[in-house]
Write a protein that binds this ligand. Sequence first.
Ligand code: LLP
Length: 413
Amino acid sequence: MRAFEYRGGALHSGEVKLEEIARAVGTPCYVYSGDAIRSRFEEYAGAFAGMPHLICYAVKANGNLAVLRLLAGAGAGFDIVSGGELFRVLRAGGEAGKTVFSGVGKTEKEIAEALEAGIHSFNCESAGELEVLSAVAERLGKKAPVALRVNPDVDAVTHPYISTGMREHKFGIAMSDVEGICEEARGLKGIEIRGVSCHIGSQILDFAPMLEAAERMVELAVRLRGRRFAIGTLDLGGGLGIAYHAGQSGPRIGEFARALRGKIEGSGLEVMVEPGRSIVGEAGVLLTRVLYRKRSGGKEFAIVDAAMNDLIRPALYQAHHEILALGERKDTARADVVGPVCETGDFFARNREIPDVGPGEYVALASAGAYGFSQSSNYNSRPRAAEVLVEGGKWRVVRERETYESLVAGERV
Ligand code: LLP
C-alpha cells in the first residue's frame, strides 16, 4: 500500500487530506500512516511464517509511543539501544520478553534495568561487556541471556556513516575472535550464550552482502554448536533500504525476508531481524509551510518553517527527501529549500526542481518516518515538532508540539 498519494489534486494519507492536518496542528509536523506501518510489519511476518522467528522493530528509527503500541499490537518485538528506549517499549505496552538490547556501550544501570524487566537477550559486543553483564546478573541473582554481536566483515555498500559491518568498525566482535571469547566466557556464571547476531549497516538496497553475512553467521552458529554452545537464535539486524527518490520502488521486504529464510531454514535456528527504516521510513512525512521566497546571489530560495533540527538527514548524510506540494501543482521552480536555522548546512534540497510554492503554501518532505523525529533536537531553541498518526481514516496528535516552557524544563537560572 502507498502511505501517501494524490487524490483529487491533494496529498492524502488514506482518507485524510494532509492539508487539513497542517492547518489544524500547525507546522512543522510529522505525519505517520499507521496502516502503512502495520502492513510493512505484516510483510516481514508473512515471509517468515511457519518457521521460528522474531521481528524486533528498531526503536531508534521512530520511538513514538503510538507507533510502538501499534507494532506491539501487531506482534512485534523490539530492538533497543538504551535504557530510555526500554522505558518507551514498556510504557507503550511492548513485551520485555520480545526485546533485544543492542549497542556497544551499555551501562551497568541500563543492564540492570533490562535484567529486571526480563528482556529476551543482550546483543553483546565485547569481552569486557560480557564480564560486566555477568557480574551485574550475578549480583541480581539472574542469568543474562546473551547473543554475541559479530562483525562478519562484509561491505554493506551504503553511506559510510551508516555502514557497520567491516573489520575496522567499532561494532561487534571480529569473526576470528568469537570462538576464543566464547571459550573464555565459559567461566562467567551470570551469562548464558544462546545466540549470535550481526548488523552490517543501514539503507542497504542490494541484498547480496546481507545474504553473504547470513551464510557466514549460520556457519559460525554451526561451529559454536560443535563446541557445545547451545546456539538457538540468529539475529541478522536491520538494514533494508527504502525509496527516497521519486520513481524508486519501495522496500522489497517479502523478497528480502524470503531470501534470508532460504539461507537459514534447515539450520534449526530461530531467525531474528531488527528492521527500522523499512517499516516506518516511507510511512512518514514532515509537513512544513513556506515562509518566504527569495532571490539572492543569483539563486532562488524557498525558506520553510522546518529546519535541520527537525530533520537532520540532508545535513548529516547528504540524504535526499522528495518535496511534494500538498496541493498538487504542475509548475516548478529550481531552488534551494532551506530552514530558519543559522547554518549553511540547514537545507532540505539544493538547486532542485521543486513545486513552485509561495509563502503560506505547504509541502511534505517524503520518506521521513525513520530517523526523522527521533534524531530531532532543540537547536536554535526550536520547540520540537508535533507528531500525528493516521489510522483507519482518522488522525490524532500522538505527540504535542513542544512549548517554550518545555525548552527550559529542568534548567535553573
Ligand atoms: N539493529 C541495529 C543494531 C542497528 O544499529 C540499526 C540501525 C538497526 C537495527 C536498524 O536499521 P534499519 O533497519 O533502520 O536500517 N540515522 C541513520 C541510520 C542509522 C542506523 C543505525 N543503526 C539514517 O538516518 O540514515
